[in-house]
Write a protein that binds this ligand. Structure first.
Ligand code: 5GP
Length: 137
């Protein structure tokens, strides 16, 4: 059983901000910015590509509500919604989760968003074509 399933089952504590039949939202123990909230399905799905569409639809609705609550309740100026899949993408807990992170003007956090360049337009087109082909898989 993963750590988030233990939280769902109340085997380990968490500070819960929202719960319904299918979804739990609770405070991340290691916030990027204080107020950082995790939104998870109660049933473990992982990764996003193996998660039923209706589960994802339900989760993103709750992410929207949590984001709005961070703006209203915390006075956030913006919100990041992030979802990691796989160790290569920085995922640590193998249970689908969305990070909903309140952002404040001047909060000092900077993503390491180091934009790169394609070697040439053909390289971008070649990769786009592989993705298009992947859509048919
Ligand atoms: P990931 O890197 O998998 O996308 O994110 C996992 C998140 O879960 C991290 O932000 C981490 O701080 C959080 N986390 C890990 N263990 C616990 C825990 O026991 N309780 C809570 N509330 N958050 C946790």
């Amino acid at each position: 059983m993963n750590i988030f399933e233990k939280i769902v089952n109340r085997e380990i504590p968490a500070v819960i901000v929202y719960e319904d039949e299918h979804t739990l939202a609770f405070m991340d123990i290691g916030p990027i910015i204080k107020g950082h909230t995790l939104v998870i399905p109660k049933v473990c799905y992982d990764p996003v590509t193996e998660t039923p569409d209706e589960v994802l639809a339900g989760l993103i609705r709750i992410c929207k509500r949590i984001a709005a609550a961070q703006i209203r309740g915390l006075g956030a100026d913006g919100v990041n919604i992030i979802q990691n899949n796989g160790a290569a993408a920085g995922q640590e807990v193998p249970h689908l989760h969305f990070h909903v992170i309140p952002r404040f003007e001047g909060d000092g956090h900077r993503w390491n968003w180091a934009a790169k360049k394609y070697d040439n337009p053909a390289e971008m087109e070649k990769l786009a074509e592989k993705i298009r082909q992947g859509l048919n898989g």
